[in-house]
Ligand binder design. Structure first.
Ligand code: MG
Ligand code: ZN
Length: 367
């Protein structure tokens, strides 16, 4: 009797011991049903290090378990611009500087949002520039030049972007061709909102402009616009779609870099950090959200030099008023995050997303 009992005990112990392992083996890796893809335009390691130095709140970048590095060269220039730099995330091909959603031969290439819409994902862009600016434009438009913002606005009519929040009203309503795209889009089912204040609107398809062109800076009192806009986009997409992809851009981190204005950049990056913290909190609760944070390139060739007067601080020093060719970090959290570790070309980010989101593309990254 004692022997039998002992055997039963032993079997149970073995069962308990092995069961989790068997389960882990059988389980397929979880795939995300929500993606928040955040781009800090012009945000290199020096921008993050410098802006977060001495910050007493939570450093969101330190909450990511997976870090990678992205090589940012474009098809025609070792130093990319934001058009080519965001186009790679959308079409997976390196293109020429200034191009939006077209390959290096100028040919329209199927974009990430188009693939997502084919699979009934909800899509959004949330920015602190105009919604027709290079970075957001690369996700829904296909034009030879980022300068054609009126032409970029027309691509909204294809309905591949469900929600767009940012500036840029004039490219829809004060156009050379006299069309009022807001009226046209409204007739197609978009809710259109024009207000310098961001108020909560419940809509499946929404274009919300808070400025004629650029959104104001943090230093001019933008407040928590980017956080609220991000949360509104997420809330609406989650309500109306089973799967959602939100691209959020800290557009003006780059503009501070172009001005070699460290305080401008820092205020924009700290705002971006707040958004990251909120996105990570929501992702932790949800469990199905993949959060990716990266940059299209670094701006300003920023360097943090020794401050002989105060050795606990540093002197921000810029090498340029333009972008630089240094690798930029990629931070990942949530299901599929492990895919993003290592060093790779920026094009690889697109192919990793296709694979994780079951978008059935060619899985080979181009050089
Ligand atoms: Mg940008
Ligand atoms: Zn720039």
């Amino acid at each position: 009797m004692r022997n039998i009992l002992l055997k039963i005990c032993l079997v149970s112990v073995l069962f308990i011991w092995f069961e989790p392992n068997l389960n882990a083996k059988d389980k397929k890796p979880k795939k995300p049903t929500k993606v928040v893809f955040l781009i800090g335009d012009g945000m290199g390691l020096a921008q993050i290090t410098g802006a977060m130095a001495g910050y007493t709140g939570q450093n969101a970048f330190e909450r990511f378990p997976v870090i990678g590095l992205s090589k940012t060269a474009s098809a025609d220039n070792y130093v990319t611009d934001s058009g080519a730099g965001a186009t790679v995330f959308s079409i997976g091909k390196k293109t020429n500087n200034g191009a939006i959603g077209v390959d290096s031969l100028g040919k329209e290439s199927m974009g990430l949002f188009e693939r997502l819409k084919e699979q009934e994902w909800g899509t959004a862009v949330v920015v602190t520039s105009s919604i027709t600016h290079a970075t957001p434009a690369a996700f829904y438009a296909h034009v030879a030049s980022r300068k054609s913002q009126e032409e970029i606005a027309e691509f909204m009519i294809r309905k591949n972007c469900d929600i767009a929040i940012g500036g840029g009203k004039k490219f829809f309503t004060q156009r050379k061709d006299k069309r009022n795209l807001f009226m046209e889009l409204n007739e197609m089912g978009y809710t259109i909102a024009v207000d310098t204040n961001l108020i909560e609107i419940d809509a499946k398809r929404l274009i919300y402009t808070v400025a004629d062109d650029e959104v104001k800076t943090m230093q001019a009192g933008r407040g928590d616009y980017l956080l609220r806009a991000t949360q509104m986009a997420q809330k609406n997409l989650n309500k109306y779609f089973e799967k959602s992809f939100v691209m959020v851009e800290g557009s003006q981190i780059d503009w501070g870099g172009h001005e070699n204005n460290f305080e401008y950049m820092k205020a924009e990056l700290l705002d971006f950090n707040n958004v990251l913290n909120a996105v990570l909190d929501a992702a932790a609760k949800d469990g199905n959200t993949l959060v990716i944070v990266t940059a299209d390139h670094e701006t300003g060739g920023l360097c943090l030099l020794e401050n002989k007067e105060n050795k606990a601080s540093f002197i921000p020093n810029y090498a340029s008023k333009n972008h630089s060719g240094i690798m930029v970090p990629v931070f990942a959290y949530g299901p599929g995050a492990a895919e993003f570790s290592g060093i790779y070309e920026n094009t690889a980010i697109y192919y990793k997303l296709l694979k994780l989101l079951n978008l059935h593309g060619n899985t080979k990254a181009s050089k």
